[in-house]
Design a protein around this ligand. Sequence first.
Ligand code: GCU
Length: 342
Amino acid sequence: MKRFQKTLALALTAALAAGALSGCGSDGDDRTIVRIGHNQSTNHPTHIALTAFEEYVESKLGDKYNVEVYPSELLGSQTDMVQLTQTGAIDFCVASNSILETFSDNYTLFNMPYLFASSEAYHAAMDDESITDPIFESTKKAGFEAVTWIDAGTRNFYTVSKPIESPADLKGLKIRVQQSPTNVEMMRRLGGSATPMGFGEVYTALQSKIIDGAENNEMALTDNGHGDVCKYYSYDMHQMIPDILIGNCAFLDKMPAEDRAVFEEGFKLVNQVEREEWVSAVENAKEKAANEQGVQFFYPDTKPFQDICSPMHEAVLEAHPDLRPIYEKIQEKNAEYPSAAS
Ligand code: GCU
């Protein structure tokens, strides 16, 4: 993150944590301010979708609510923002499912490598409330709940000095992963050295060679500049990890039912708009990475990666038996929408 942004973020986060910013506007504006934080740029599908939410809610309830969307980690890292949402210092934030694993074990499920057989199976599973509800509601006691999911594509390895064409190529490389036990374990099994850190720190870590690579969707190459440093992107397809829009429970529960109905429509809109934007955003990112940043794309055989990671499924289910029935439902989606390769 640029220094100015970081200073602003720190000041805002400190003010929010201290409760210095009141929930109502000033100058006789008694609308409730609804603060939503996320860590992407203003070009990103997530920001476009949250702006659609802001417009929708204000078009229906603009006399009561003033929705403010804070992009680019202005309210801190995802971990900071989840904590701010938990306490009600802000009302909503977008967090990767990986980060939520450290707040509730149930989120471990969607972080498993090679959980979904295809993007169709992934979408069908995430759209099925009998699969998502038990996970999304599991943090209510902790003060927040998930209100919708957001597509974040497929995560793949990308590196500074050589392409990853088989798991053996990861040996000895320091690879940034999100801060979740599942991701660290995945890297351990694949033979690389996991370096967990927040998203905003990755560019500098790559540039200064603290790490040899990272893993993410294609947008990270362009929107976050990682493709300026990493010229090899390999489609090993290890995870499809959704982003999750979470909301403060006290804020949601105290809202009158008719307002809540509008917010619920708004949450659906976030999911729809982001998914529509995502398809072209990824195509554009790939084209820009190849043509302007000189990134090369590789399509290794994914089976050796998958064979190494698959035993993690049983290990997670043994540690968290409650997740097994939901895992079985995901397998039904996988059977319905198998991988194109199978
Ligand atoms: C993706 C994802 C973010 C996440 C980031 C990361 O960009 O959409 O929610 O923070 O990956 O790797 O940390």
